[in-house]
Design a protein around this ligand. Structure first.
Ligand code: SF4
Length: 347
């Protein structure tokens, strides 16, 4: 069974030609009805129904399932929704309203094997990879079910996107298809914990507008190896060398996420080391306050401590912005996804 959510328009036109003996006009009608009209029963559209037998043949050939939402919570405009997958696993996605648009934070795996100490998802381990359909379905659902005018997609939910590279890239192709969801690639961000093989593969793609983010969280190897086990295999020097080789488009920055944990990585020495590490890079730091999970030794910094750390970075010439901890009470903030999946696994 083919999944419409896995196909770009060109892919669909090929399917129409090969399997149905039909031309691109009808493929376009189906794609438009599904993605632009957000009709998951697109085979019922008048132009498809006018072609004798085509709706039935499409139903036998292709699935049109954006995912089954089993839970949703909303607070301060932030929506977290839980999608039940066909095998019973659950994934979480977050819709964040911004000033002029919405951002959807999507998951790329059920769980994650990177083991970051401060992250709720890490506790699950890697359960399985998501398919293209399951990734694109999260954005489709955000638009179709929640009416969100999604402009930005960030791969910062459950999972390490470069651990599921080919699937994530096909999902990017589908998401950015102008005849479909039409999310511009400059508004799609892939965030890695430091998989340099993935950074190199992304650099080799013909997708110069796609944005790269790195989850850094510590400015020296000893602390980063404690917080993020990947650092033992890919220390900071190697990570930076890979970022320096990255063919960044003019005017673009690498986003560097830095989750501030009180008394762990928020001292003046950390600010100085971070500024030194960043010096040769064209990067923008996103400071994110640690969000307390269900059982963690780490603590959130105070607003004042965050401001002090930020000012230290500014004084050292770092391009930095502070992110508000939205959705904290929903367990929807950065590093907090995974509760729903865990609930199912333990059941
Ligand atoms: S922070 Fe990201 S890479 Fe690290 S364990 Fe959590 S989901 Fe995986």
């Amino acid at each position: 069974m083919l999944q419409l959510l896995e196909l770009t328009f060109e892919d669909l036109a090929e399917v129409f030609a090969e399997h149905l003996g039909k031309g691109p006009f009808l493929a376009g009608a189906l794609y438009r009805e599904f993605y632009k009209q957000l009709n998951p029963k697109a085979w019922q559209s008048p132009s498809i129904a006018a072609s004798p037998g085509l709706p039935d043949r499409l139903r036998r050939l292709m699935a049109f399932e954006p995912g089954h939402v089993v839970d949703q919570v909303k607070q301060d405009g932030v929506i977290k929704f839980v999608t039940a997958l066909k095998d019973g696993h659950r994934i979480e996605s977050v819709i964040l309203p911004m000033a002029s648009h919405w951002t959807v934070c999507v998951s790329s795996q059920v769980g994650c094997r990177m083991g970051c100490r401060f992250c709720e998802t890490a506790r699950l381990g890697l359960i399985r990879q998501l398919s293209v359909e399951e990734i694109v379905g999260q954005v489709y659902t955000a638009r179709q079910r929640f009416g969100a005018s999604v402009r930005n997609v960030v791969f910062m939910g459950m999972g390490e996107p470069f651990d599921n590279f080919d699937t994530v890239i096909q999902a990017v192709r589908v998401l950015s298809d102008q005849r479909g969801l039409d999310i511009a690639r400059r508004y799609i961000t892939l965030s890695t914990a430091g998989r340099v093989d993935g950074i190199e593969k992304m650099a080799a793609l013909d997708m110069p507008h796609l944005k790269l983010a790195v989850s850094l969280n510590a400015p020296n190897d000893s602390l980063r190896s404690q917080l993020m086990p990947i650092n033992k295999a890919v220390p900071l020097e190697r990570l930076r060398a890979s970022l320096m080789r990255y063919p960044l488009k003019k005017g673009y920055d690498i986003m560097v996420a830095y989750v501030l944990m009180s008394g762990v990585n928020d001292g003046p020495e950390c600010a100085r080391q971070l500024a030194d590490w960043l010096a040769p890079l064209s990067a923008k730091v996103n400071l994110i306050p640690f969000n307390p999970g269900s059982d963690t030794p780490y603590r959130s910094p105070s607003e004042k401590d965050m401001d002090i750390f930020r000012q230290q970075l500014i004084d050292l010439g770092v391009n930095v912005q502070k992110r508000a901890p939205r959705g904290r009470d929903l367990m929807a903030a950065c590093g907090q996804l995974g509760q729903a999946a865990k609930t199912v696994r333990e059941a």
